[in-house]
Design a protein around this ligand. Structure first.
Ligand code: SF4
Length: 365
């Protein structure tokens, strides 16, 4: 049963050098036509068993659409799946785009959560990350959201960028403490292959922080957020109690969801599917009433075991003690489901998961 719906909005004002999401600065498909296509694609899933509780508009930059276009998506998808009001509707927003008036329009059509793409509150961070907004834009946007009545706001930040020092992260944390959002995401910067940043790192033009520097930043980060009263409920996500992102929890607990729009992923009936990463192809398929899917992977028992293990650790729910090899036990602590990675070592979660999978695949043969 589908529990959540993700809609990808592939428009951006400019491309950030670290980004590997599918988005276009000059799109051959305009916003209004795009909304029509999303609703046509959603129609193609009308017969899929669904009782969606959450709707998430991500990107790209959803606030490149006008509030009226976002309203059409929320209402149109609600009508197709028979939902008069979703429990959670999130819209990702860039700090340059909307003011209080636009946020009030979003609120009026059922949007009840906004995620602001801050990335950094320092000039240095914004410059290195190629962002064109300023810290003042973020403050203004945040206050407009509060004035419009939003009581569930996420700030999305990045740490571990080239040249970041502890004092830069302290500035970010001071701004978080001052604004007191309901939810904070802090992602460790990854120089993805094929992105301008990835190429510069590969050629040696840009140096990423060393492991010890990342370790110091990570320790500072989680301790400060804990002191501010945030609960870490996923490796990169902190929330005030009750303000965890319900939509992301659908992904992380392996419930079914639909992904709409080019490059979107979905998970239905044990099958992960990925849409085409090309808006023209996407339009052709949808106009011919064909689902624009280009990849499908049916998860085996082994895949489900591995994903379950990985997600239990990312969510700090814990895994049965017998799955943890003796040489890793010092990195773990008790959790509701058995043992989970100690918070100090969460930065190593991906490496630990790799070790666990090797240990358990050998043990299970
Ligand atoms: S990081 Fe966000 S704003 Fe920047 S190019 Fe990617 S999707 Fe667009």
């Amino acid at each position: 049963m589908v529990k959540g719906i993700y809609v990808h909005i592939p428009f951006c004002s400019y491309r950030c050098p670290y980004c590997d999401f599918y988005s276009l600065v000059d799109s051959p498909v305009g916003p209004s036509e795009y909304v029509d296509l999303i609703l046509k694609e959603a129609e193609l899933y009308r017969d899929t068993p669904a009782s969606p509780e959450t709707l998430y508009l991500g990107g790209g930059t959803p606030t490149k659409l006008k509030p009226g276009d976002i309203r059409r998506i929320v209402e149109g998808i609600g009508e197709i799946f028979g939902v008069s009001r979703f429990e959670e509707v999130t819209v990702e927003c860039n700090p340059e785009d909307y003011g209080e008036k636009e946020f009030r329009s979003l609120k009026a059509c059922g949007v009840n959560r906004v995620s602001v793409g801050v990335q950094s509150f320092t000039e240095k961070g914004l410059r290195v990350l190629g962002r064109r907004h300023t810290a003042s834009d973020v403050f203004r946007t945040f206050l407009s959201l509060r004035d419009a009545g939003f009581d569930n706001v996420n700030l999305d930040l990045i740490y571990g960028y080239p040249g970041q020092k502890k004092e830069d992260l302290i500035r970010d944390l001071e701004a978080v403490a001052y604004l007191s959002p309901d939810h904070v995401s802090f992602y460790l910067l990854t120089p993805h292959r094929g992105t301008p940043l990835g190429l510069k790192v590969l050629s040696g033009d840009v140096r990423m922080p060393e492991d010890e520097e990342i370790w110091d930043l990570h320790s500072l980060l989680w301790k400060a957020l804990k002191d501010l009263g945030y609960v870490r409920y996923e490796i990169s996500n902190w929330a005030r109690p009750g303000k965890e992102c319900r939509h992301n929890l659908i992904y992380w607990t392996m419930k079914e969801f639909l992904g709409l729009g080019p490059s979107a992923w979905g998970f239905v009936g044990r099958v992960r599917y990925g849409n085409v990463r090309n808006i023209t192809l996407y339009r052709d398929r949808v106009l011919h009433r064909r689902r624009p899917v280009e990849k499908e992977v049916k998860l085996s028992e082994e895949d489900l075991f591995e994903e379950g293990l990985m997600l239990s650790l990312r969510l700090r729910r814990g895994i049965p003690e017998e799955l943890v090899p003796p040489h890793l036990k010092d990195l773990f602590e008790p959790a509701p489901g058995g043992l989970t990675v100690k918070e100090d070592y969460m930065i190593l979660t991906n490496e630990i998961i790799t070790d666990l999978l090797v240990y358990n695949s050998i043990g299970r043969r």
